[in-house]
Design a binder for this molecule. Structure first.
Ligand code: ADP
Ligand code: MG
Length: 391
């Protein structure tokens, strides 16, 4: 198995993206921007509970070449989407399909009072779509950053993230939290982003795996179970109901030390499971932060696996493919493993020693083959830079 660190070849991709813009629109772009996908190290389904998350950026990026236009027209084209150029009139019908993500960003900016008059955009992304690696946030953030620059809006990155979340929640209609957009906008190379999703305060935590002889493998199971969106909404509503039943604003307000008492006050077993996951998961984020700050990277492995067990048994958002990755990896000598992202398919992460990376990746691939599952895509994730203007 080829386990070289994944590279999105930004330099090369940048030239291709600007050239493709010229082919599509017959003019030159005003600039080119990049925004990465992300992996969440720990803190799953906590972001819509005002809790803690800890993503880092992938080397895989969405690149956008953009030209400003001020006639109320938005033209969108993607190297990864069928159907050619999509035209959206800013005062007309909302966009559908993939174009809703970038059109939603323009809508959110304008709705917040920012004078964005239109744009021509060509996208080219190496972030796998629908793999739980946040291709949607990469697309949104690259759009927001480009428009922020071209229209001189002066917005800060956390503000761009908020607006992109609003685009995805309201315009696209996906009730997601703030983690993905903040990760794409604010991560820095060699660090994981410890984010408090209540007030968006952030700490960059050094996360240099190579220096410790470790690697983080990402396993994209290449499955997305059809019921994932409905189940996500159900979990989110369940958490809100549980918070209301406990008389708190959000589950983040249930302290870990008060968990047993809170559980005893809930009658509904379903709610108890949701609360137990969210409260213990917030505590796992804090444990991982403490371990990384103490430079004890290996020790985060078991915490990752605990997180998976909680997502599987209490929050119940895993699936056979993700469980198989985690069980196989741990049996084969991984330091720890968990599903990452919303669940019901998508990706898992595995923390491994350099020396056993190939063996563990091969074991996972072999287990998928004998389980009759589609071959997974395995790559090494290197904590990479957040969104940036390239030219
Ligand atoms: P994830 O964010 O985990 O990859 P989502 O379902 O949230 O999964 O977002 C995936 C959707 O984002 C795609 O179905 C598509 O509509 C849109 N998208 C992402 N990247 C691109 C791209 N390069 N070109 C066109 N659409 C894209
Ligand atoms: Mg997404």
């Amino acid at each position: 198995m080829d386990l070289r660190p994944a590279s999105a070849r930004p330099g090369e991709q940048q030239v291709t993206t600007a050239d493709a813009f010229r082919d599509v629109y017959g003019t030159s772009p005003d600039g080119t921007w990049a925004a990465p996908g992300r992996v969440n190290l720990i803190g799953e389904h906590t972001d819509y509970n005002d809790g803690f998350v800890m993503p880092f950026a992938l080397p895989h990026t969405a690149i956008a070449s953009v030209a400003r236009r001020d006639d109320g027209l938005l033209r969108l084209h993607s190297g990864q989407a069928e159907g050619g150029v999509v035209e959206v009139r800013l005062d007309g019908e909302p966009a559908k399909g993939w174009a809703a993500y970038p059109a939603g960003v323009v809508w959110a900016l304008r709705d917040a009072g920012h004078a964005v008059g239109g744009a021509d955009i060509h996208y080219d992304s190496t972030v796998p779509t629908g793999a739980g690696l946040s291709s949607s946030a990469a697309l949104e953030i690259v759009t927001a950053l480009a428009l922020n620059d071209l229209y001189d809006l002066g917005l800060q990155r956390w503000q761009l993230a908020r607006l992109c979340q609003r685009a995805e929640n309201v315009y696209v209609g996906a009730p997601t939290g703030i983690m993905d957009q903040t990760a794409s906008a604010c991560c820095t190379a060699g660090h994981a982003l410890y984010l408090d999703t209540r007030d968006l305060s952030q700490h960059q935590i050094p996360f240099d795996l190579a220096a410790r002889g470790l690697r983080l493998l990402v396993v994209d199971t290449q499955v997305k179970h059809a019921h994932s969106e409905g189940e996500y909404g159900k979990r989110r509503r369940g958490c809100e109901d549980a918070a209301a039943a406990l008389g708190v604003d959000a589950l983040r307000d249930v302290p870990y030390e008060g968990l047993d008492e809170a559980l005893a006050r809930l009658e509904d077993e379903e709610q108890r499971r949701l609360v137990r996951h969210v409260v213990t998961e917030d505590q796992r984020v804090e444990r991982v932060v403490a371990l990384l700050e103490a430079d004890d990277v290996r020790a985060i492995g078991p915490v990752l696996t605990e997180g998976h067990t909680s997502l599987r048994d209490d929050f119940r958002v895993s699936c056979p493919e993700l469980d198989l990755v985690v069980a196989t990896a741990n049996d084969a000598g991984a330091l720890g493993a968990r599903m990452t992202g919303g669940g019901f398919g998508g990706s898992a992460i595995i923390l491994v020693d350099d020396a056993s990376a190939d063996k563990i990746a091969d074991a996972v691939t072999a287990a998928f083959a004998s389980g009759g599952f589609r071959e997974p895509r395995v790559f090494v994730a290197v904590p990479s830079a957040g969104a940036v203007r390239l030219e």
